[in-house]
Each structure stands twice: as structure tokens, then as C-alpha cells.
Design a protein around this ligand. Sequence first.
Ligand SMILES: Nc1nc2c(ncn2[C@@H]2O[C@H](COP(=O)(O)OP(=O)(O)OP(=O)(O)O)[C@@H](O)[C@H]2O)c(=O)[nH]1
Ligand SMILES: [Zn+2]
Length: 195
Amino acid sequence: MKIDRYNVDTVNRIADHYGDILAALGEDPKREGLLKTPERVAKSLQFLTHGYDINPAEILKGAMFAEEYSQMVVVKDIEVYSLCEHHMLPFFGKAHIAYIPNGHIVGLSKIPRIVDAFARRLQVQERLTNEIRDCIHNTLAPLGVAVVMECRHLCMSMRGVQKQNSVTTTSAFTGEFAKERTRNEFLRLITASLD
Ligand SMILES: Nc1nc2c(ncn2[C@@H]2O[C@H](COP(=O)(O)OP(=O)(O)OP(=O)(O)O)[C@@H](O)[C@H]2O)c(=O)[nH]1
Ligand SMILES: [Zn+2]
């Protein structure tokens, strides 16, 4: 069943639960500062999970262009904001994505758009990495796709094990990127600076 994310009934339903949660946390949901909080949280959560309403493959299909360019295309330092599915706390960082065209290129902005479409859901970083790779691979049919993602998880810094500086790196490759030389070129390009 597809949920109508911004439907008033859905906002009210989520907000009602947050009223109960505030009370269970020992707060007074009726005090002035909190009166609108359940509704704000509901709308905020709906925004943070709006990726469920987006079809990432359709985004790519909408901007594919026949072109004979067959070198690696790299889009690096794409900001990522997601929510871990275990604690519903943010994890955030950067994605670096490359593909090698095979007759078609894709509009550059569509790469960050599909990152957002998958990131704005309840996720684990590994699945997010693989979903982005698979979407580009299956839709664009390039010679290869590479995705590297580096994120900090608030569930590991604000609570739990409370490690403030750990960064988690995940990666996923297809096609030509199975070759060490190609993968190394990608890794060199994402670590190179512009200046
Ligand atoms: N692999 C993976 N684990 C994640 C991700 N986000 C959060 N986690 C982990 O999910 C795990 C859930 O473990 P549990 O033992 O069920 O939960 P918990 O008792 O809250 O664990 P602690 O965080 O260790 O306090 C934790 O180890 C988190 O660090 C992610 O993107 N990928
Ligand atoms: Zn977590």
C-alpha cells in the first residue's frame, strides 16, 4: 500500500503518537514550547523518508543521452543524509560515484538525485551503497559502476559506544571496476584535490 506522505490524516496520525511519546519521556506535551512539536516531528520525519515516494530508475531514465564518451565519469563529494534503520538516528557524510558509459551518459545532477532518493529512507550504509550501484548499473547499462561512501553515524557517537571520530567506509563495484587498475584510477580521482 502506498502511503500518501503529506496527507493531513497521516501527519495527524504520526503526530498523535509523538504526543504520547513526549508524555512517556516525562515531558508535558501541553506546555507552550511543545504544543506544535508532534506535528513538526511528523512533518520532519515525512521529509526525512520522502525517498520512498521516488522512483530512482525513472530519474535516470529521464535524462539519458546517447554519447560516444567512454572514459570514467566521476561525481565526488556528494553530501549524504540518511537515517539508520536500527535507531532512526542520522548518519551522514559523502558519496563518491563513477561510471564508465557504454553508449549513454546521464545528466550529472541525476547522480546526486538518486543518492537522495535512496538515502531519504530508513537505511543501513551497506544497503544504501549497493542500491545506488545497482540502480545505475541496471538502468544505464554502463561498462562499470563504482560507489564509495564515507559516513558518521550518530547512533555511534551520541549514544551507544560513543565514539566521536569513527567514519564508516563502504564500497560497491560492477563491471570494469572489478579490474584493479580501473578501481585504483577511481580511488586516485576521488582522493585528488582540485588545487
Ligand atoms: N552494518 C551497519 N550497522 C549499523 C548501521 N547503522 C547502525 N548500525 C549498527 O546497528 C547495530 C544494532 O545493534 P543492536 O545490538 O541491535 O543495537 P544496540 O543495542 O542499540 O547497539 P549499540 O549501538 O552497540 O548500543 C549497532 O551495532 C549499530 O552500530 C549501518 O549503516 N550498517
Ligand atoms: Zn543506528
